[in-house]
Design a protein around this ligand. Structure first.
Ligand SMILES: [Zn+2]
Ligand SMILES: [Zn+2]
Ligand SMILES: [Zn+2]
Length: 96
């Protein structure tokens, strides 16, 4: 079920993922579990099950509010600011 979109969701445009994996883990040589895509800038980060939690770190660093899952078969999204879970997130991802 997709709830009523928040203002952040309405402001989104399709983004292109920045990397094939968590871009911060790729730089640091650390491991990730699942990937999250920032829907503001295309930053690919790792989930909160991953040791470095780069997706949440990216939100704290940039205040970009909405991420979505990049796990194959998953299309959910999450607004950190409104704490709204969208499944599926009604914004397409451009996969290169
Ligand atoms: Zn929001
Ligand atoms: Zn990471
Ligand atoms: Zn971002």
């Amino acid at each position: 079920m997709t709830p009523k979109p928040c203002a952040h969701l309405k402001a989104l445009h399709p983004v292109v993922p920045s990397a094939k994996g968590c871009e911060d883990c790729l730089r640091l040589g650390t491991q990730w579990v699942h990937l999250r895509l920032c829907m503001t800038c295309g930053h690919v980060g790792c989930c909160n099950d991953s040791p470095m939690k780069h997706a949440t770190a990216h939100f704290h660093a940039t205040a970009h509010p909405i991420i979505r899952s990049l796990k194959p078969g998953e299309a959910w999204g999450w607004c950190y600011l409104d704490e709204i879970f969208y499944d599926p997130l009604p914004v397409p991802v451009t996969v290169r």
